[in-house]
Write a protein that binds this ligand. Structure first.
Ligand code: AMP
Length: 428
């Protein structure tokens, strides 16, 4: 089998790793890939969003299965184009990917399907948005409806802040087209949880849930980022909670998407807030594996993911179980460049140990090789260092120790990934 992974970050390196492990004998390609995927796949110098070029490459390289990593090509219709060209693809159509690419649409689907989510309203005109803010209790969350690379949600402690955020997006166009429509919603209390499920549009297999760490600084302080680390599994997720997520969130959403004539297949990622009473509320949907969640979750899946993705793409999937149990625990620490999440400083030389250590996987994200072959910092999130272990505590120690053996100027990382889980284990 010839498999193409679209994308070039840590998630796509982890996807290549999982596919190489599970589909022995498969020939892998990545577009554009990175120096990490180069060890597992043939990198094709094509931007992930260059839909025409990717469709042409799928023909030229006679690709059997295309696995799409990021949201932008899905929202741009890459899956539709490949299906029209008679090719198998893992990832939703553009109409189904609207669950992520339009928060206004996702809210509408959830409201119709009765899925628990924060009360909200959608606006395109500033005066109406300001009236709504004035009439609602603090805190409020103001969100760009469109894709904003993780920068579209502003949690506002006060109405004044909420009004400023709305003005920023609707009047000043700070997020461009993504912010021409905004969603204003109630603030949800609780603990966040990322539940990723494989689905063919009707059946669901829930993967081991993970927790992301969005803030730059230890103790969840500082600016929001694309994610500074993740771990799985999360002890918060009892079988009873996962059963509620399936019945109250995943199944009704998939049913409503079928009813609308936009069946959803691929990974449905529900970003949840687990309320103090244990109820799951949807904060957002993503239409793909999360990054860095993929780097923690994929390595602890039992073998067979390649067959699952291919069967879903064929429309002939039989889930092996409704809930996929992890084979152990994983902690992923992201090593970021100086300056991140603002435009980072690129160019520093990266020094990796010859052997990262037993049970340690170093996934490349923002790296590049210069003309001499020296590995250098290229993007904000540079590497994702995953350690596997029997428990989250063991994996957390191993991930931090492995990061300590990697060097580049300006290396920025959190030494507390999985702190909530460690606190839970300590309190138990
Ligand atoms: P989103 O882009 O919708 O995932 O939001 C980014 C982050 O903002 C989430 O991961 C939460 O930490 C926070 N957030 C978004 N919406 C809410 C909400 N309604 N209540 C509390 N926090 C939220």
């Amino acid at each position: 089998m010839r498999i193409l992974v679209v994308g070039g970050g840590g998630r796509e390196h982890a996807l290549c790793w999982a596919l190489a492990r599970d589909a022995a004998g498969a020939t892998l390609f990545a577009a554009p890939g990175n120096p990490g995927t180069a060890g597992l796949a043939t990198n094709l110098p094509i931007d992930a969003t260059a839909v025409d070029d990717i469709v042409a490459a799928v023909r030229a390289h006679d690709i059997d299965l295309t696995v799409v990593g990021p949201e932008a090509p899905l929202a741009a219709g890459l899956a539709d184009r490949l299906v029209a060209a008679g090719r198998r693809v893992f990832g939703p159509t553009a109409a189904a990917a609207r669950l992520e690419s339009s928060k206004a649409f996702a809210k509408e689907v959830m409201a119709t399907a009765g899925v628990p989510t924060a009360a909200s309203r959608t606006f395109t005109a500033l005066p109406a948005a300001l009236d709504y803010i004035a009439a609602h209790a603090e805190p409020l969350v103001v969100k760009a409806s469109g894709l904003a690379a993780g920068k579209g949600a502003v949690v506002c402690a006060t109405r004044t802040e909420a009004a400023a955020a709305a003005r920023d997006m609707l009047a000043d166009g700070r997020l461009g087209d993504a912010g021409r429509e905004i969603v204003i919603e109630r603030f949800l209390e609780g603990e966040e949880l990322s539940v990723l499920a494989l689905t063919d549009g009707a059946q669901v297999a829930i993967l081991p849930p993970a927790q992301d760490h969005k803030r730059l600084g230890e103790g969840d302080t500082g600016p929001n980022t694309g994610g500074m680390g993740a771990y799985a599994p999360v002890a918060l997720t009892t079988p009873a909670l996962l059963d509620r997520v399936r019945r109250e969130v995943l199944e009704p959403t998939l049913r409503e998407m079928r009813r609308r004539g936009a069946p959803y297949s691929g990974v449905l990622y529900a970003g949840l807030m687990i309320a103090p009473d244990g109820a799951p509320w949807v904060v957002e949907f993503n239409c793909r594996f999360g990054d860095p969640e993929a780097e923690a979750v994929l390595p602890i899946l039992p073998p067979g993911i390649a067959a699952d993705l291919d069967a879903i793409a064929r429309g002939a999937w039989r889930p092996r179980s409704a809930v996929v149990l992890p084979t152990g625990a994983a902690v992923t620490t992201v090593l970021a460049a100086r300056g991140y999440p603002d435009p980072p400083e690129a160019g520093a030389e990266i020094v990796l140990p010859n052997d990262p250590g037993e049970g340690v996987l170093v996934f490349h994200a923002g790296t590049a090789r210069d003309e001499r072959g020296t590995l250098r910092v290229k993007g904000g999130r540079v590497l994702a260092v995953t350690a596997l272990g029997p428990t989250v505590a063991v994996a957390a120690d191993a991930s931090r120790a492995a990061c300590g053996r990697i060097r580049f100027a300006g290396m920025t990382w959190r030494r507390d990934i999985a702190w909530r889980e460690l606190a839970r284990a300590g309190a138990a």
